[in-house]
Ligand binder design. Structure first.
Ligand code: PMP
Length: 384
């Protein structure tokens, strides 16, 4: 066969490469994933070179957008919720069972993809101010989508409450096949457990246990709680830091033990949604998934929209990494923490999803990136 490669001049090199490939093939295959579920977890840990160089710390980011079903950390959670429900006999594939969820998008997308693979239907309730790419994607995956106006949690039509009601209506209806299951990502143990058994141990293994801090935003709180619970069981001195957008009560919860800043009276507490272009993180109520790990969170860092936008541009311009809003917030907080801790520390954070899911909202608010010149300064990003 090789003699037929007549146009190749360096045949010897080609022969050598083929021999090497042959050798590695002999070591055995086994690298076939069992369906789309098999592509969840084991995400790479990437050193963000530009931020590491600029701060003198190792800034490492877990590339959760490379989870292969719905392309976010919510793949882990969706799979965990479905597996637990199947184990309890609450879901039976191809029986018409439908999973209902209230989500700003990512969890819905992960659920919709896994539902397709396992023979369930997905019905997603989401606020109508989230990027349109997410609801478009949900529809293409075959989910039923209800976009509702943003409302406080006490409102029955708030997206999470509505999903709970829809699940009950389904189960109570004699006309609908199967049952309705409310996935309940904010309150279910299946959420933080997915990160306790998956994301946390992966970070520990990938760093060899050498890390000084973990930085993460919180929506449900499942990621920060699950990862903190595992990593602190191994590394009691690890610093766990919440990255939080303005208007979210979680920063105050960590700093002052209450959801509002005592200096601003009840200001933030009454707001039903976090008024920022950042999606997926920042919340104004205490969920089980946040509370379960809150005692392990050592500090919180606020990140403004402007800082997040500047960081998103920085990551494209310097590293070719194209992320969504919550990932940008995480990276700002990681870089700020690096400045606080000083050179020589190792900080791990998360890249949650791709910028492709945020073109119409978060990325639409950035200036066009013209050439390849770097016109975003780290000073601007880290400014207080
Ligand atoms: N990033 C994105 C894009 C999200 O959708 C979410 C959750 N809604 C988070 C981060 C936060 O993760 P968690 O719910 O585990 O706190």
């Amino acid at each position: 066969l090789i003699s037929k490669f007549s146009k190749i001049t360096d045949l010897d090199n080609i022969k050598k490469s083929l021999a090497e490939i042959e050798q590695s093939l002999e070591k055995g295959g086994g690298n076939i994933k069992e369906g789309i579920e098999g592509c969840i977890g084991d995400t790479p840990l990437i050193k963000i070179k530009s931020l590491s160089e600029a701060t003198g710390c190792d800034i490492l980011a877990k590339a959760e957008f490379l989870n292969g079903a719905g392309n976010s950390p919510k793949d882990r959670v969706a799979l965990s919720i479905i597996q637990m429900a199947e184990e309890k006999g609450l879901l039976i594939p191809h029986s018409g069972d439908t999973i209902y969820e209230g989500t700003v998008g990512s969890t819905g997308i992960s659920l919709a993809a896994i539902c397709r693979a396992r023979g369930y239907k997905a019905h997603i309730c989401m606020p109508n101010d989230m990027a349109i790419e997410k609801s478009d994607l949900l529809l293409k995956l075959g989910a039923e989508v209800e976009r509702v106006r943003p409302a406080p949690i006490v409102d029955q039509n708030q997206f999470v409450n509505l999903a709970r009601t829809r699940a009950k209506e389904h189960t109570d209806s004699p006309d609908k096949p199967g049952r309705g299951l409310f996935a309940d990502q904010f309150e279910t143990e299946a959420n933080w457990r997915a990160h306790f058994t998956g994301t946390g141990p992966e970070i520990y293994e990938q760093t060899g246990g050498f890390l000084d801090a973990f930085v993460s935003g919180a929506g449900t709180g499942g990621t920060i709680s699950g990862v903190a619970l595992f990593l602190k069981s191994k590394l009691p001195d690890l610093k766990v830091v919440l990255a939080d957008p303005p208007g979210s009560g979680l920063y105050n919860r960590v700093k002052y033990g209450v959801m509002f800043d005592p200096k601003e009276r009840e200001g933030t507490r009454r707001r039903h949604q976090v008024d920022t272009i950042v999606e997926g993180i920042g919340i104004n109520r205490v969920t089980h998934n946040f509370e379960v790990g809150r005692g392990l969170i050592d500090d919180a860092i606020r990140v403004t929209d402007e800082q997040a936008i500047a960081m998103a541009r920085w990551l494209v311009e310097n590293d070719g990494i194209f992320v969504g809003s919550s990932s940008a917030v995480n990276c700002v907080a990681a870089a700020k923490l690096a400045k606080q801790l000083g050179p020589g520390h190792r900080i791990v954070t998360l890249l949650c999803d791709s910028g492709a899911r945020h073109l119409s909202k978060f990325w639409a608010s950035t200036e066009p990136i013209g050439g390849i010149e770097n016109d975003v300064s780290l000073e601007k990003i880290l400014g207080s």
